[in-house]
Write a protein that binds this ligand. Structure first.
Ligand SMILES: Nc1ncnc2c1ncn2[C@@H]1O[C@H](COP(=O)(O)OP(=O)(O)O)[C@@H](O)[C@H]1O
Ligand SMILES: [Mg+2]
Length: 311
């Protein structure tokens, strides 16, 4: 009997919640298509759980906040992440999805593309272009607040991404579909040389990592991806027309950052106190340059495997 009453109570509670939510969404116009952004949580996650990336933290937090505060932006938000493997690019893109939608990264309005999976054959670019355009167009008609994440851009067949050019600019607004509320994230390792060189010079000069300024990197990254025929943006009109809102550099990680990755993953496994493992994994990574041993060549990527080994 008690069981039945509990089930009935929970059922009613659910119904009441659903009605309240519908009323709230109608009034506030903010939960269309599962869109429930929490800028505070995003900032908190970025600053607490991403190590050694002051530029990425600042830019992503700032740009997303100001973009979402604007109820009718005049162009979509387009961010391009660059940096070596294992420095947190995919991690930060997931944080975005996690804090923008009710059902986080599994929301049907977060679209992730991996070229080797979705666009594997360079000779099919013509067909892919048509498919990608229709996909983006169709999904934005369904939900203007959609996120499109293109990972591993360096494996994207040349000439494909340009099909998005009309969507990324300021002028594209068509009956029933607002193209200006979308967020696009491009991710690639292209540009890692310029980023790592600057980080290295700064370190050699004895300066703080936090002194590396964004202005020093924006133009250099734009140039690099435009001139590199395996960047996904080779001679792209998207770069020519300045359609990327911000380039987001991810700096190479040093041993102390790697050790923070180890500590955090150990804690998640309930072994917070194993400083011996932190020390062992930190010492087992490969660092460059040989002289100085400043930066981990794989960032935090190999951390779980090494923890398994030393734990
Ligand atoms: N800067 C960072 N701060 C915290 N964890 C990181 C950082 N960089 C990488 N990691 C960890 O390493 C894993 C691989 O990072 P990922 O974001 O996939 O790297 P990539 O830059 O190659 O996309 C992540 O799941 C995360 O646990
Ligand atoms: Mg990645």
């Amino acid at each position: 009997m008690l069981f039945l009453q509990s089930v009935l109570f929970l059922f009613c509670l659910n119904r009441v919640c659903a009605v309240f939510q519908t009323v709230y969404c109608t009034i506030s116009d903010s939960c269309a298509c599962d869109f429930r952004p929490s800028i505070r949580d995003l900032e908190w996650d970025l600053y607490k759980n991403v190590y050694g990336q002051h530029l990425a933290q600042e830019i992503v937090a700032e740009e997303v906040a100001s973009f979402l505060q604007n109820k009718s932006p005049d162009r979509p938000l387009v961010l391009s992440f660059h940096g070596s493997s294992g420095t947190g690019k995919t991690l930060v893109s997931s944080m975005l999805g996690n804090h923008l939608y009710g059902s986080a990264m599994s929301s049907p309005y977060v679209h992730q593309f991996v070229p080797t999976l979705h666009f594997p054959s360079p000779h099919m670019v013509k067909q892919y272009r048509e498919e990608l355009k229709n996909w983006v167009q169709g999904n934005l008609t369904e939900c203007a607040r959609s996120v499109f994440i293109f990972d591993e851009m360096e494996k994207m067949p040349s000439g494909l991404i340009d099909v998005l050019e009309p969507f990324l600019g300021p002028s594209h607004i068509v009956f029933r579909t607002n193209y200006r509320k979308a967020i696009y994230i491009f991710i690639s390792t292209t540009g890692e040389e310029v980023i790592n060189k600057l980080a290295m010079e700064s370190r050699q000069a004895g300066r703080d990592r936090e002194e590396i300024r964004l202005a020093d990197l924006q133009e250099a990254i734009a140039q690099t991806i435009y001139n590199n025929n395996t960047s996904g943006f080779f001679q792209s009109s998207i770069i020519q027309k300045d359609l990327i809102t911000r380039f987001v550099p991810f700096l190479p990680l040093s041993r102390r950052h790697v050790e923070r990755c180890v500590r955090s993953q150990l804690c998640q496994r309930g072994s917070c106190g194993r400083s011996d493992v932190v020390e062992a994994v930190g010492g087992d990574m490969v660092y460059t340059p040989v002289q100085g041993q400043y930066f981990s060549t794989t960032g935090c990527k190999a951390v779980p495997a090494k923890i398994n080994f030393f734990l």
